[in-house]
Design a protein around this ligand. Structure first.
Ligand code: BTN
Length: 249
């Protein structure tokens, strides 16, 4: 079933998803909201992107109708540490895909893993005081329909769990959980989210390389940075970058 306004809007329960902009195809849902004057909570959804993008300049591929391709417009207060939204959104995506299943892992800052496979990713793009939070979830792709060659092998909810959830229900639940976690972050920062993030931190104790540093990953610090213990025993906090790690589960 397509994620048309008719299918999705009656299910919405919170502020996020209003207005709800749907297209059968677009370049990228990020482009739909970039520079927009719409209010916080506006959401763009498509069935297929012709130029979907991921973090670090990578493409984000899809097969029409088999993923969630969502962008959400956020307007955090000036001066707030918006890079923490990567963790806020990553946690919400993890919680939405794991419902009634084993906990989803988070590969800092926001890759979402089930059984060692990346099933979802988050891309934050800030401009003109707004943040466009892009979320891609692989729902129903089968082997051969997923990209090769990522730092973590890609998977879909269907491939990992044996069944694909209803996409409209998953989308509505995702928006509700993101809203709940975002509101908590706006009230109190990362503190109320840290335990949940840490319990999903698949990097802790792993040998990793990130941003020119190598060592053993530790916990997620109170400000959202990743703790890294270098081989000489010193500790450094990493604020951004793509983590290369040995096999993750
Ligand atoms: C990543 O893991 O590299 C982030 C992937 C983000 C993909 C989503 S799909 C919806 C939105 N539109 C895009 O072009 N990218 C994000």
């Amino acid at each position: 079933m397509l994620l048309t306004p008719d299918a999705v809007e009656p299910l919405l329960r919170g502020r996020f998803g209003r207005p709800y902009l749907w297209s059968e195809s677009c370049t990228s849902t990020q482009n739909v909201l970039r520079g927009s004057v719409l209010p916080e909570g506006a959401v763009a959804v498509t069935e297929h992107q012709t130029s979907g993008r991921g973090r670090e300049g990578r493409p984000w591929q899809d097969v029409a109708g088999k993923s969630l391709l969502v962008s959400l417009l956020l307007r955090p207060p000036a001066g707030t540490p918006t890079q923490q939204l990567a963790l806020v959104a990553g946690l919400a995506v993890a919680e939405s895909v794991e419902q009634d299943r084993d906990a989803a892992g988070i590969k800092w800052p926001n890759d979402v893993l089930l059984e060692g496979r990346k099933v979802a990713g988050v891309l934050l793009e800030a401009s003109e005081g707004a943040v466009v939070c892009g979320i891609g979830v692989n729902v129903a792709q089968v082997e051969g329909e997923l990209p090769d060659g990522g730092a973590v092998p890609a998977g879909s909810l269907l491939g990992v769990t044996g069944s694909a959830p209803d996409r409209a229900a998953l989308l509505v639940s995702l928006l509700e959980i993101v809203e709940h976690r975002y509101d908590a972050w706006r009230r109190s920062g990362l503190a109320p989210l840290l335990d949940e993030l840490e319990s999903r931190n698949v990097l802790r104790g792993r040998r990793v390389e990130v941003g020119g540093e190598a060592g053993t990953a530790g916990s997620i610090a109170a400000d959202g940075r990743l703790t890294l213990e270098r081989d000489d025993g010193s500790t450094v906090l990493v604020g951004s970058g793509e983590v290369q790690a040995q096999q993750l589960d």
